[in-house]
Design a protein around this ligand. Structure first.
Ligand SMILES: NC(=O)c1ccc[n+]([C@@H]2O[C@H](COP(=O)([O-])OP(=O)(O)OC[C@H]3O[C@@H](n4cnc5c(N)ncnc54)[C@H](OP(=O)(O)O)[C@@H]3O)[C@@H](O)[C@H]2O)c1
Length: 328
């Protein structure tokens, strides 16, 4: 039996290369998957530089999601057969030829989607789903502001919020990105380099503000976010692209508006919560992928040998949606 596989390893200069690694073995409640494609996430860029600690028990190999075919089925696994197409959120190990996943994390891929497309679903759609609904409590008819809306998570959040019947306001950093977000159904899109999102939100909402903001930017948006929220508004902070430290801030503003501020990380959630989130997401969202109402937005697909170039694309903020990497 084959005991090694190809996985993407990290060189001393943080560049990536494919080399030999131990092939994982399938436990009784797990599936062994031959990975066809994985996708780039911001966490990968930090992790390869030693700036994102790998959670306890997770594979040190990069990769938070994948799509492939089932190669082996654990003794206790029901409902899965060898050869079936499967996608999953991972706590690591996606940049490799094989991975084992708990059956509770396995997502059946609808016929309408390719494996490349499916590899772009788990991390960003589950993050957006968690933030918009489980934490953010988004309801039909509410107003939501999605920042970095052309990002992987942003393109998922815009679609999920529209599917739930919300009115979607969105920011993006170029006119091309803004246009792409408009095509996803956002009602009002702002290029934040050309206008203040706070002023536009005030204008567009008759100074009422939005009920929910999903924000991966953090410090540099903090004040304008609070000014853009309605009374009783909710802010879900899930990234710090614009910094993590606020120099001075008067907490009265948050108190008087009765703002709810929530932090969110998907990767660090206990496995049981990730499995429950996956189950809820599959039930609610997968039928919409089947019907074509939801779609993973794929910026580009890269061969295994082009993995470093794919990372540069994300580092340059050049992608609209997901960067997919094929495995060897
Ligand atoms: N907490 C979690 O569970 C979780 C899960 C997934 C992702 N994340 C985080 O969410 C963020 C988005 O992830 P992703 O994979 O969707 O990213 P992505 O596709 O790489 O897109 C990120 C985009 O954010 C915008 N941006 C970057 N720096 C900015 C700044 N200083 N101010 C405003 N906008 C900025 C850029 O677009 P523009 O050109 O529009 O500025 C960039 O393309 C990352 O920070 C990631 O670490 C968190």
């Amino acid at each position: 039996m084959q005991t090694s596989m190809q996985a993407c390893l990290i060189g001393s200069d943080h560049s990536l290369y494919w080399g030999d690694w131990e092939k994982p073995t399938c436990g009784p409640d797990e599936l062994l998957v031959r990975i066809y494609a994985t996708a780039v996430n911001r966490a990968d860029l930090l992790q390869k530089r030693g700036k994102y600690p790998v959670p306890q028990g997770a594979s040190p190999i990069l990769g938070l999601e994948m799509a492939g075919t089932v190669e082996e089925v654990g003794a206790n696994v029901v409902n899965w057969q060898v050869g079936e197409r499967v996608a999953a959120l991972l706590s690591g190990g996606g940049y490799a030829q094989y991975v084992v996943i708990p059956q509770a994390m396995a997502i059946q891929i609808p016929d309408q989607l390719s494996l490349e497309q499916a590899a772009g679903i788990p991390e960003v759609f589950l993050t957006a789903y968690l933030n918009a609904f489980k934490l953010g409590g988004l309801q039909a008819g509410e107003r939501i502001l999605v920042h970095a809306a052309a990002s992987g998570v942003g393109t998922a959040a815009v679609q999920l919020a529209k599917a739930a019947g919300a009115r979607v306001y969105a920011t993006a950093g170029t006119d091309e990105k803004a246009e792409a977000v408009r095509r996803l159904g956002a009602d009002c899109v702002m290029n934040y380099h050309h206008q203040s999102f706070k002023d536009r939100i005030q204008q567009e909402t008759n100074e009422q503000g939005v009920q929910l903001i999903l924000d991966p930017v953090g410090a540099s948006y903090w004040k304008d976010n609070l000014d853009s929220l309605a009374f009783d508004g909710r802010l879900v902070l899930y990234g710090t692209l614009g910094g993590s430290k606020i120099e001075s801030f008067d907490l009265m503003a948050a108190m008087l508006k009765r703002i709810h501020i929530m932090g969110s990380t998907l990767r660090g959630l206990p496995q049981t919560r990730k499995a429950a989130l996956t189950a809820d997401f599959v039930e609610w969202a997968m039928p919409m992928f089947k019907s074509g109402q939801l779609q993973p937005i794929i910026d580009s697909v890269w061969d295994a040998e082009e993995v470093n170039e794919a990372h540069v694309q994300m580092e340059r903020n050049a992608n609209i949606g997901k960067l997919i990497i094929l495995t060897p």
